[in-house]
Design a binder for this molecule. Sequence first.
Ligand SMILES: C[S@@+](CC[C@H](N)C(=O)[O-])C[C@H]1O[C@@H](n2cnc3c(N)ncnc32)[C@H](O)[C@@H]1O
Length: 248
Amino acid sequence: MSIDTATGQEAPAQLSSERVKDIFSSIAKKYERFNAVSSFGAYRTWLAGMMKQAPIGASDDVLDLAGGTGDVAFAVAKAKHPRHIQCTDLVDEMLDVARAHFADGASGEVPIDFEVVDAQNIPYADASYDAITMAYGIRNMPERERALSEMLRVLKPGGALVCLEFSTPPMRLWRALYGFYLKHLVPFWGGLITGDREGFVYLSRSIKAFPDQKGLAELMEKAGFRDITWKNYTGGIAAVHVAKKPEA
Ligand SMILES: C[S@@+](CC[C@H](N)C(=O)[O-])C[C@H]1O[C@@H](n2cnc3c(N)ncnc32)[C@H](O)[C@@H]1O
């Protein structure tokens, strides 16, 4: 099934894919500034939490999906020193920013290759990665079941998917405040900083339409992942899920 990622309703996949390409190719250069301002720096804490939970070792091959400007890949490089990272994204303009950071030494000694990849159709062999990382990616994919099946396919048995995504605060008051912030302030801030208000209206809508912590875990389980756990950050505004591919 494919959906409109802004509403969660069934729709042709092309609608969401074209929109996401338009948005991220035009905001690529301003993306990092917006991230920092809109989350009041919290995204750094969430990324640190993701690194803490990620079961990645020094001999691992890591695939970063929806890698954007490379934040996750560089954090993995610094925190885990894996053998190799494949940093991928649907939008080459986002990867161009990542390539520039890499050229400035953002990954230290860790080798990183960059490639345009649609996470719903991963062009790599079965069982080729020890771990997959993905931050703020799955929410933007209209064919989520297919994407998760692809992730399972390219992971080695026992390998882990580590997924950071916006989620749903369990406490009602916090959820209401956050809902107001999403609906009114994110489009305002985003528009002011990047000049692309529509992109941030989409961000708010896609977060609202995205499954909560349990819903995402269920999607992962349906795709064949097991031992699924999650940890909330900032009262559940964001969550990191870790899901394992069963041993053969
Ligand atoms: C909000 S950004 C996150 C980037 C990065 N992971 C980070 O933490 O800053 C979302 C990224 O998902 C990418 N994306 C959206 N749909 C995708 C797909 N089907 N396959 C791969 N990447 C996708 C977009 O191009 C964009 O770079």
